[in-house]
Design a binder for this molecule. Structure first.
Ligand code: F6P
Length: 553
């Protein structure tokens, strides 16, 4: 492959800006203890804010010079140009020849965003208005089921981007939700998921939302078909009942009609919305029913605020740019393989799972935009669960293991407004842990400090913390709908920045296709035992034979 590939872009690791960073890394002594000692104001200087989010990046292994060199790399790799192309609707998803316009989903009513010469904003708001009308009718009890009963449970059936976003946000904004309507999420094709979701429900009071961009995803169509059968059996009704209990969220109107859902009850979105960027589209209907249209719009405003920041803030103040570049720095020059996201809010229990798809499906790539193998690290393994639970499980490895795992700590000054008064005092304890962890990770404890505590010599090494583990702290006043939107947009754009620097297509997901094809081939073999196409290798064939034997087939 030529050095200057089809796109004419010099490979990342041949850029002088890359070489400058490498040299800087090799020559610099980036120890957090030393960095803090040499700048007593580092904690105040190395922080930025966007909207309601305060972002402290002082506990990173960087100097002003590092950051300047990283910004040079962003300039050399055309991050700003690609960003502008995304916002104006250019088809930057090159392998699918699609625009990437999740930012249009939260654009104000009077904005103009064109795809193929057509302003898409009026259509976005028409769908939002239709969703709001429907959500209000369900919330008020005006929309009833087939037997006239009011809806008490909404079951969202979808997977990947058609599940993780609304499920995460419903959990995050539970305290804003109408507690009289429960929302459940079914995604897994394992029948246990649907079984547990409906086993205690009254079908007459249940609304199913079938969420699928393509309306061809096997898990979703299978679960939706089973849910329809369950409903009709429970209600002892014919298919007329479906109209009052099933709505669809999709880009595929014919697919929805084929399934038997009236397209009048379909909420549309468009192929320029990627699945993992879609929960602020019609895919958010279950969330909107839970929290109401006003709170949903506040969330969209939060997204938009960060979109505008990303689009217009100078590089030195641009938070998504900064966070993206820090990840590039650790992947390239510290060989970091993973990134932990550790929210200190129980309501964010599904936040990291959501980010896993956003980040890993976007940037889990190993060829560049021209199809050449990349010679640099791309997306990290993203993982994490809410503090303080993780502290009593895997933080040991963060503190004393051999891996370099940069981490984001996300916390809030106030607990949610409706927390029982008797529990409010616990919030300081939660946040004391939040602050303590990044301090411990950054500064550790030297053998001298351990010995000075009277620890016997043979235990000193075991009780030493080498520190110097980089973290970002994101602090906001409280977890509101707007703040959630701000946080998600921040991560969306961080992922964008990294994809742009790495020169990969962050908007396709071909890596999920092979498994789907093979599963389709294997399923009939499980039933018949006949591998007619001779598709199975000896391991898989033997496993399938054992499976069949266990079932007595
Ligand atoms: O297979 C991966 C994927 O395409 C995701 O990108 C997407 O979010 C998910 O499947 C669900 O797709 P759909 O919304 O079309 O059912």
């Amino acid at each position: 492959m030529s050095e200057h590939a089809a796109g004419g872009r010099t490979p990342l690791d041949r850029l002088p800006e890359w070489a400058a960073l490498r040299k800087h890394r090799e020559e610099g002594d980036l120890q957090l203890r030393g960095l803090f000692q040499s700048d007593p104001y580092r904690g105040e200087n190395f922080r930025l804010s966007v909207g309601d989010l305060l972002v402290d990046y002082s506990k990173h292994l960087v100097t002003e010079e590092t950051l300047a060199l990283l910004r040079d790399l962003a300039a050399a790799t055309g991050v700003a140009e690609l960003r502008d192309a995304m916002f104006r609707g250019a088809k930057i998803n090159i392998t699918e020849d699609r625009a990437v316009l999740h930012t249009a989903l939260r654009a104000p009513r009077d904005a103009v965003v064109e795809v193929d010469g057509e302003n898409v904003v009026p259509a976005v708001h028409a769908v939002l208005d239709k969703m709001a009308g429907f959500a209000d009718r369900v919330r008020s009890g005006e929309w009833t089921g087939h037997t006239g009963k009011r809806i008490k449970t909404v079951v969202n059936i979808g997977i990947g981007g058609s599940d993780l976003g609304p499920a995460m946000a419903y959990e995050a904004l539970r305290s804003y939700s109408d507690r009289g309507i429960a929302v459940r999420f079914v995604s897994n094709v394992d029948g246990a998921d649907l079984h547990e979701a409906v086993r205690d429900l009254d079908a007459a009071e249940t609304l199913f939302i079938v969420a699928s961009k393509t309306f061809t995803t096997i898990e979703t169509i299978t679960n939706a078909t089973s849910a329809r059968n369950w409903l009709l059996t429970e209600l002892r009704a014919d298919k007329e009942a479906v109209a009052k209990h099933f709505v669809a969220l999709s880009t595929n109107a014919p697919g929805v009609a084929d399934f038997g859902i009236d397209v009048a009850n379909m909420f549309e979105f468009w192929d320029w919305v990627g699945g993992r960027y879609s929960y602020d589209s019609a895919i958010g209907l279950s969330l909107m029913i839970a929290i109401g249209p006003d709170a949903f719009r506040q969330m969209l405003d939060g997204f938009h605020l960060v979109d505008e920041h990303f689009r217009t803030a100078p590089a030195e103040e641009n938070v998504p740019l900064l966070l993206g570049l820090l990840g590039v720095w650790y992947g390239a020059f510290f060989d970091a393989q993973a990134h932990a996201v550790l929210p200190y809010s129980h309501y964010l229990s599904k936040f990291t799972a959501y980010l896993q798809q956003l980040d890993m499906e976007s940037n889990g790539k190993s060829v560049d935009r021209d199809g050449n193998p990349v010679r640099w690290q791309t997306g990290p393994v993203v993982w994490g669960t809410p503090g303080t639970n993780g502290q009593h499980a895997y933080y040991q490895l963060l503190h004393q293991g051999t891996k370099m795992i940069p981490a984001d700590f996300i916390g809030f000054a106030k607990p949610v407004a409706d927390l029982q008064p008797g529990l409010v005092a616990q919030h300081d304890l939660l946040m004391a842990n939040f602050f303590a962890q990044t301090q411990a990770l950054a500064f550790g404890k030297t053998p001298e400090e351990v010995a000075a505590e009277g620890v016997p010599a043979h235990l000193v090494a075991h009780k030493t913390f080498k520190g110097n583990h980089p973290t970002t702290t994101i602090l906001a006043t409280e977890l509101t709908p707007s703040v959630l939107g701000q946080l998600i947009a921040l991560y969306e754009h961080k992922v964008f920045v990294q994809g742009a620097v790495w020169n990969i297509d962050s908007f396709d997901q071909w890596g999920v296709e092979l498994g789907k094809v093979l599963a389709k081939r294997i399923e009939p073999v499980l039933l018949t035992g006949e591998d007619t196409g001779n598709h199975l290798d000896s391991s898989t064939a033997a496993l399938v034979a054992s499976y069949r034997a266990l079932l007595g087939r």
